[in-house]
Design a binder for this molecule. Structure first.
Ligand SMILES: Nc1ncnc2c1ncn2[C@@H]1O[C@H](COP(=O)(O)OP(=O)(O)OP(=O)(O)O)[C@@H](O)[C@H]1O
Ligand SMILES: [Mg+2]
Length: 525
């Protein structure tokens, strides 16, 4: 097909050349008629349009974003039909390499029933672009993609199809690239977000939790990922808040990693204690890319309900030391402290600025959900509340499969019963299931879990008994105190009564005296 087009193009070019030469000798009136009809004939003979996408546009040193998106799109969609492919070493942990079209290769694509023809071309350039000469050894090679389609589909191609190619190409690139784990550095730095490669292996397959709840979370994430148009329709920024809560070691951080791996998003781990104030927080927000998960871990430890920072015990102790340096030093230290308020954080989550950029999840984690301000956790801000709890049998089965590759075992029924009676975190269950040496096998690991669960159960029973005994002693002490207080009160009242009687007796004696004296007689009661 491509060869046929090349030949046709050559014939047309020759014809154009002859026409240009002949045209000089034809009168202008005749020329306008001629050009009108020639164009009509051309479009009848050759109704196709080409669009060329160069690898480098202008004098830019960077590859064109459009070219890269098309390259990725074609690489992912046409490797089955292309006869020649090129392998790239890509920076992804999922696949070691990606395939793309080799130079001078043609493939077809279809969009809404319209057939399109793509060709990758490499041309040798006679002259070098001076700037590029130093950077690229093969700078006289120019590559481009050429898209050919029937002219009646021009509108569809330029509006919908190319958009589809670019979006899909970018999406595939995001999934394939090595993702990043960002954290906010010192406030003085120009580039506040610093990053490393994100390589957490957690996935929803390895996450131990109730399968029904897990499925709900997965479906929610998929809906969010595909929800660009829906969010635009309802007039909401394309973002979603998740509140993960539960005791330590129940998988909150693991779930975040699984979500990032599932969606192919970067993670921005926001350390609130390094944020100077609300405006600093806003600047950080603006620098967050799309397709990302913004995480604030242990949110209850970062802000208190009034929006003021909590002082840790350590800080309080340190304060004593610092104050020795005089008021100036103290003021300096105070200045360094973060002044982020609850309202600043609320605005970060869903204020006007939070709408710049899209496709973002905001995740808060906490061990104590009750400590949080309801304004922070209300629906719309934290759209989904996920409780990560102690390990039950369903979650255990996932861990047993992951750690020991066991799906059933004689000890399972015993473990199921014990897990129903004891609260053990998935982290502790996982620790017990992990073989401690090369000679420790499945049976030993499961047995060690049973022992740990029995031990935990005994501990729990002992703890409960101790708590009950303490409660009883406290109650008895309280009752004793009340009794004594009552006794004391009674005694005090008695004393008061006696004193009152005495007073009355005394006053009646005095009265007797005063009455007796003028009249000279004694009054008795
Ligand atoms: N639900 C789970 N599924 C699989 N592994 C888990 C799960 N929960 C905990 N683990 C294991 O325990 C370790 C600790 O879990 P994780 O850090 O996710 O707990 P957390 O809830 O974030 O705890 P914290 O509140 O202390 O931050 C993980 O590395 C993981 O191996
Ligand atoms: Mg954690």
């Amino acid at each position: 097909m491509g060869e046929k087009w090349s030949q046709t193009s050559t014939v047309i070019t020759s014809f154009m050349f002859i026409y240009t030469v002949v045209r000089q000798f034809i009168p202008s009136e005749l020329r306008s008629y001629l050009s009108k009809y020639t164009r009509k004939i051309f479009s009848l003979v050759y109704p196709y349009i080409h669009i060329t996408f160069d690898e480098y546009s202008g004098d830019s040193f960077n590859r064109s974003q459009l070219y890269v998106a098309i390259e990725t799109y074609l690489g992912a969609n046409s490797t089955t039909q292309a006869k020649r492919l090129k392998a790239h070493d890509i920076k992804s942990s999922k696949t070691p390499l990606s395939l793309g079209l080799d130079d001078n290769t043609e493939v077809t694509d279809e969009f809404q029933g319209v057939k399109l023809f793509w060709a990758s071309r490499k041309l040798k350039e006679a002259t070098n672009t001076p700037g590029r000469y130093w950077s690229y050894p093969n700078s006289d090679e120019k590559r481009h993609y050429r898209l050919t389609f029937h002219r009646r589909h021009l509108d569809l191609i330029t509006t919908s199809y190319l958009n589809h190619v670019v979006e899909e190409g970018k999406g595939i690139a995001v999934m394939n690239r090595k993702r990043k784990l960002y954290t906010n550095g010192a406030a003085e730095r120009r580039n506040r977000w610093v990053h490393i490669e994100f390589e957490h292996p957690a996935s929803f397959n390895t996450l131990a939790m109730d399968p029904k709840r897990k499925q709900e979370i997965i479906e929610g994430l998929l809906k969010f990922k595909k929800g660009k148009e829906y969010y635009a329709k309802v007039g909401k920024p394309w973002k979603r808040g998740y509140l993960l809560y539960g005791p330590p070691g129940t998988g909150k951080s693991t779930l975040i990693a699984a979500m990032a791996n599932f969606l192919g998003y970067d993670i921005y781990d926001l350390e609130l204690t390094s944020v100077t104030d609300n405006s600093d927080l806003r600047k950080l927000l603006i620098d967050i890319s799309n397709k990302s998960i913004v995480v604030i871990e242990d949110i209850d430890c970062s802000l208190d309900l009034t929006g003021q920072r909590k002082k840790s015990e350590k800080e309080k102790d340190e304060d004593g030391e610092k104050n020795k340096g005089g008021p100036k030093k103290k003021a300096k230290e105070e200045d360094k402290k973060s002044k982020v308020t609850l309202s600043g954080l609320l605005n970060f989550v869903d204020g006007i600025w939070s709408a710049c950029g899209g496709e973002r999840l905001i995740v808060f984690t906490t061990n104590y959900v009750d400590k949080l301000d309801p304004a922070l956790t209300r629906r719309g801000r934290m759209d989904e509340h996920i409780e990560l709890s102690y390990c039950r049998f369903e979650a255990f089965k996932v861990l047993a499969k992951n750690y020991l590759d066991v799906e059933s075992h004689d000890l399972f029924s015993k473990i199921e019963r014990l897990l129903g009676e004891t609260d053990m975190t998935p982290a502790d269950v996982a620790e017990n299931l992990m073989p401690k040496s090369d000679t420790e096998y499945k049976d030993e690991c499961l047995q060690s879990l049973v022992e740990a669960l029995e031990c935990a159960k005994k501990d729990a029973v002992r703890k409960k008994a101790e708590e009950e005994a303490k409660l009883k002693t406290d109650q008895e002490e309280e009752e004793e105190k009340l009794k004594n207080a009552k006794k004391k009160k009674n005694w005090r009242n008695r004393v008061k009564e006696i004193l009152l009687i005495k007073k009355e007796v005394k006053s009646s004696g005095a009265l007797k005296k005063t009455l007796k004296e003028p009249k000279g007689s004694v009054i008795t009661n």
